[in-house]
Design a protein around this ligand. Sequence first.
Ligand SMILES: [Zn+2]
Length: 256
Amino acid sequence: MPKVFLDYGHGGGDPGAVAGGYKEKDIVLAIGKRVKYHLERHSFSVIESRSGDTNPSLESRSNMANANYVDVAVSLHCNSFTDKTAQGVEIYTYGQGNREIGLAKAILNQIIKAKLYTKNRGVKQANFHMVREIKTASVLLEMAFISNAEDRKILLNKQEQLAISITKGILNFYEMRYYNEKQNTTEKLYKVQVGAFKERANAERLANELKSKGYSTYITYTEKLYKVQVGAFREKANAERLANELKSKGYSTYIV
Ligand SMILES: [Zn+2]
């Protein structure tokens, strides 16, 4: 299953933006922990940039993501501006690759759909460290403006809904379904396996090649092999369709 890097902005001596007595570092940590919880319920593995009130450097955060070969990365922040009327949600990528734009749109769409925003400021590009230095699809989400009273209420009172929306966005990106806590998440998913390698580097190479072609790819390690898998479907027919498409492009595939 995909490995997700969750980065909670700021921390420790760096509170991030502060308004109304609330600190960005605490809000992103609280929401991030719930995203982690919900992703893990769906069998994703999650790596956090910090697990408590500490402030690792930006470089050590991006290094951690890269060293762990994460499949996608999401940085959580709260926006802030001197003009207190500024409000809304926006999400940043560094480039305009299919995967990063796809991930950004998937997350933003779920926040919009759940009506957890005052204004949709859209998907934007910026030269931020976390989206620039992480080698895989990486987005930075500015959930709302802590400096705006209306937005701040969302950040404080809708944390669980925000966390679920972010989770749903990541699941959507992988064409996977969201299950609430009462539902059984152990149903069989069909995945297309494209290769199995003894060396992680070889699996990485193939995964990156597939990612560059727009496929949601991840690597799992079982039976002492690094396996490159694409997609996860409830319907076997959908997995077969993807397998045939990959075969037509010269990949040897089978469904697991
Ligand atoms: Zn921030």
